[in-house]
Design a protein around this ligand. Sequence first.
Ligand SMILES: [Zn+2]
Length: 442
Amino acid sequence: MARAIRTLLKGGTLVTMNGDRHVGVGDLLMEGDRIVSVGAPTRKKVDHTIDCSGRLVIPGLIQPHTHLCQTLFRGFADDLVLLDWLGQRIWPFEGGHSHASLYTSALLGAAELLRSGTTAILDMATVRHTDAVFEAVKKLGLRATIGKAMMDQGHGLPAGLRETTDASIEESLRLADKWHGTENGRLRYAFMPRFVLSCTEQLLVRSVEEARKRGLILHTHASENSEEIMQVRDRCGADNVAYLHGLGMSGEDTVFAHCVWVTAAEQRILADTKTSVAHCPSSNLKLASGFARVPDLLEMGINVGLAADGAPCNNNLDAFTEMRLAALIHKPRFGPTAMPAKTVFEMATLNGARALGLSDEIGALEEGKRADVVVVDHRQLHAAPHAEPYSVLVYSARASDVEHVWVDGVQRVRKGKVLGVNVKRLVNQANAHAQAIVAPLL
Ligand SMILES: [Zn+2]
């Protein structure tokens, strides 16, 4: 058998995110899908050598809350509050998706994510055609844990989003059987009830049961908006996170997006159960949802990752924007020492890996881990001079500084170009599909 391909990244500044958070100039060797040496020069024969001198070599960035299904709707749902944004725009739009439009939406989003240095995501699809999201992600080689949005309740939903409890569970199981663990383990399935207001109690309980039986992650939106939590209180007689916890939806295998409006008691639940939180600063600002108390959550030992959410509530998917915002927006309330750059970079790497249950595999440049690696060329006007790397990465670097990206040791971005996709054609297809869905509804 031929030996695996070896790629040597030579002479870059390695921001390892290992246990010691070692940062230093050195070489990194990938062999097959693994990182096999970090820091030291190698005597092994290599197939490709990439000069990384003057650049930063970082672990691929990880976003534990995205919606590739919504990328087509970027710019068509601006300046609305959450429940109107959903009811007036996003749900009707998602209901208009065909397999082909969803594939294009996911391809566009996956290409944007790779181009900006994100190598792994936790992605909530829409109710139908979720195979299309898997197919697009498979084509571009992104690492993704994906689930169909489950919603068996709600007024005024378009036909494309209505489903029964049984149908929702059955379709989730079919997708899990088909996709979980495929593509060298890069693709995985997770159970994703959309949020409490879209789900019957039966659907939530059964999701927990089925996910636990199979060792799959549970993911939902929780306590994003003040009106949402009031409606949950009216309907369920409990606070949102407390209600989900009461149904068994909490724990190391559970990721809640947002957690803007959580009580002190609910913060305690998150900490005690080791439930992860996905902080989405752009989305929380744009939908006027509020400010999650992230410094408090981190202080309590809660695992908080960083994510862009969907394109229509951001409107970009790049993790650099989210890192910068996460570092900035909490300082007026918590003081200038809150959310230092190193902490924020940990959120975008290590904490994301933990949320996905993949701490042993990704999130750091360490021997034996998956070769999900990004080279950032920060020799740019906006990033000079070169202060310590965390400061550069969080406060001044931009998504466009991403030069090369590997996932599982396979190069997916070279010199700023996403491999395997014709960007001009993709943008044209995205425009055509978006117009076809959006125009009759606006
Ligand atoms: Zn979301």
